[in-house]
Design a protein around this ligand. Structure first.
Ligand SMILES: NC(=O)c1ccc[n+]([C@@H]2O[C@H](COP(=O)([O-])OP(=O)(O)OC[C@H]3O[C@@H](n4cnc5c(N)ncnc54)[C@H](OP(=O)(O)O)[C@@H]3O)[C@@H](O)[C@H]2O)c1
Length: 242
């Protein structure tokens, strides 16, 4: 969808406005489809241009909108957020789900580049969205920010030290943010549980197949996320049922 088409769909916006990073696959994709099914409006981003094109083809004739964006690149995040804020206003729910995991390896075997990539996406990417969206939420007086954490944001395992560092960082960042937000807003650190996605396959190999699918997970997770409110500010939670 082109920027200009968004004017035409403004009046079609319905339900909550939900902004999801990492919408191209896994949990972000399952949440996208599930929020849309509920009747909410979803704007999403990920890097994969082909999938973003497919999402716009499938849903873009409604009020939904998807844009190819690398969350680690602040200028791309600014462009995505500027467009959404200008045309649809601040999201009711910002879900920072985009993330990378390092290939299983001892910390001393992880290259500087791979370590930086994990930090840039999981931590700086999350902060980039918050930088460009929170002021508009504050102006309106409402908005919920959900930052995806992990069991590995509260415990550790070998071979995923860079990922653990970022998810412990997400917990700290979210808690500090919650102390900065004015009444009406909330920041929540959300551990989705363990779900069979490409990321889990990278960590667990075929063993990931013994866990539930993103679609099954979204059936419980999405209504729960949709019910978050200002009183949840500062919560560090695990998805119900996980
Ligand atoms: N699956 C689990 O068991 C589990 C457990 C604990 C926590 N989590 C967390 O849940 C979230 C979703 O994970 P998942 O399992 O669904 O992973 P996934 O299947 O690997 O999906 C990751 C998503 O993030 C996007 N992404 C990665 N780098 C990006 C970038 N630079 N800019 C924009 N988007 C980017 C990917 O899209 P592109 O490649 O198209 O950019 C993809 O849509 C993550 O925060 C993860 O840490 C998952």
């Amino acid at each position: 969808m082109r920027f200009t088409n968004l004017n035409a769909i403004l009046d079609m916006k319905k339900g909550k406005l939900v902004m999801i990073t990492g919408c191209s696959r896994g949990l972000g994709r399952a949440m996208t489809e599930s929020f849309i099914e509920r009747g909410d409006t979803v704007v999403g981003c990920a890097r994969n241009e082909k999938v973003i094109g497919e999402l716009n083809a499938a849903f873009g004739s409604g009020p939904h909108y998807f844009q190819a964006t690398d969350v680690a690149v602040d200028a791309q995040v600014e462009s995505f957020c500027h467009m959404v804020l200008g045309k649809l206003g601040p999201p009711d729910l910002l879900i920072n789900a985009a993330a990378l995991v390092n290939a299983n390896a001892k910390l001393w075997e992880v290259s500087e580049k791979e370590f930086s990539d994990v930090i840039d996406v999981n931590l700086k990417g999350t902060a980039n969205l918050i930088r460009h969206i929170t002021p508009a939420m504050i102006d309106r007086g409402s908005g919920i920010i959900v930052n995806f954490s992990s069991y590995w944001g509260r415990s550790t395992s070998p071979d995923v030290a860079p990922y653990c560092a970022t998810k412990w960082g997400v917990e700290g960042l979210t808690n500090a943010l919650s102390q900065e937000l004015p009444p009406g807003l909330a920041a929540v650190a959300f551990n989705p549980g363990i779900i069979d996605t490409a990321m889990l396959r990278s960590c667990f190999g075929e063993g990931a197949g013994s866990y539930g699918t993103p679609e099954e997970w979204a059936k419980a997770a999405v209504p729960w996320l949709a019910n978050l409110g200002p009183s949840d500010n500062g919560a560090s939670v695990t998805c119900p049922g996980q």
